[in-house]
Design a protein around this ligand. Structure first.
Ligand SMILES: NC(=O)c1ccc[n+]([C@@H]2O[C@H](COP(=O)([O-])OP(=O)(O)OC[C@H]3O[C@@H](n4cnc5c(N)ncnc54)[C@H](O)[C@@H]3O)[C@@H](O)[C@H]2O)c1
Length: 288
């Protein structure tokens, strides 16, 4: 199990949000296999207990903490529990996230609020809850915020998700610079996964009525099939992510070629102040 991730993380404690499924679950299982004590946070209680029980049964140390990342005070409680249990936290991964597929104006108020609260405020307030203690610790620590390759582009109907991922990237860039000013060994990474085979589109809100109904259902179905058929297995994604965090890379990717392609396309688009254009690929994706 030797390697950069093992060297950086073995014997330390990790806190992972959204740890009851997909990428977060993969990260929890892989971090435990590296010899980390893992604090697992999620709203899905049963799945959370199952992942924790599996890790414990395999000889690892797991502390499940039922947490709604949309509630800033729950994140304060999560930090209190994590520090009370392990004294020091080496890695914090803000991974919990949700998807929506619907025209912006058709997404109900509650789901708009929920998406922004989970995908953006969940990340911001978890950093607010943990960073002061990580800085006070003076030991090397790692914060990784999970955005998406979607944060490097735009996509109609996934608007609330896409804007939240742009925000996570901008937040992480500012946070990285803030940590530089502090001159403390707290490293910041932003994770931009490509397609990973998880339940995220199965759980996504897709409009069933209104102008986007047909497109939304088609789009969600295509994305769901694409992830299950050709998405990276979550544990493979988790290994790549942990190695990237350990190497103190700011941009951590699961699909470097797609990430580079999207970043270049976005940079060129912005450099020429181009008007947003629907590509043939996007039209096809949204075909009803
Ligand atoms: N799967 C992909 O292809 C992909 C691609 C790019 C980015 N991402 C990002 O990776 C992250 C993980 O997604 P995934 O694909 O593993 O999805 P997933 O649906 O399999 O897992 C997400 C987990 O977050 C939990 N969660 C949802 N709301 C929560 C809340 N309020 N509080 C606590 N936990 C909550 C869910 O219960 C679930 O266990 C997300 O931020 C997602 O945007 C995924």
């Amino acid at each position: 199990m030797a390697g950069p991730a093992h060297e950086a993380f073995a014997g330390g404690a990790a806190v992972i949000t959204g740890a009851a499924s997909g990428i977060g679950e993969g990260l929890a299982r892989e971090a435990a296999a590296l010899g980390m004590c893992v604090v697992l946070a999620d709203i899905a209680g049963e799945r959370l207990e199952k992942v924790a029980a599996d890790i414990t049964a395999a000889g690892g140390k797991a502390l499940p903490v039922l947490t709604d990342v949309a509630d800033p005070t729950a994140l304060d409680r999560l930090a209190d529990r994590a520090y009370a249990a392990f004294g020091s936290i080496r890695m914090l991964v803000n991974n919990a996230g949700i998807e929506t597929v619907v025209y912006s104006w058709e997404l109900p108020i509650e789901r708009w609020e929920q998406t922004l609260n989970v995908n953006i405020h969940g990340v911001v307030h978890d950093v607010r809850a943990f960073a002061p203690r990580m800085l006070a610790d003076a030991a090397p620590a790692y914060i990784a915020n999970v955005a998406s390759i979607g944060g490097l582009g735009v996509m109609p109907l996934q608007t609330s998700y896409i804007l939240s991922k742009h925000a996570v990237i901008a937040f992480s860039e500012c946070l990285y610079l803030e940590m530089q000013l502090q001159k403390k060994p707290v490293n910041v990474s932003v994770v931009v996964p490509g397609p990973v085979a998880t339940r995220i589109f199965a759980d996504a809100t897709a409009s069933e009525a209104g102008a986007s109904a047909g497109s939304a259902t088609a789009h969600r179905g295509i994305m769901r099939r694409m992830l299950s058929q050709s998405g990276l297995p979550p544990r493979d994604a988790a290994r790549l992510i942990l190695n990237g965090i350990a190497a103190q890379r700011f941009w951590v990717s699961t699909h470097p070629e797609i990430t580079a392609h999207m970043a270049k396309a976005r940079a060129e688009h912005l450099a020429s102040l181009a008007t947003p254009t629907l590509s043939d690929e996007t039209r096809q994706l949204l075909a009803t």
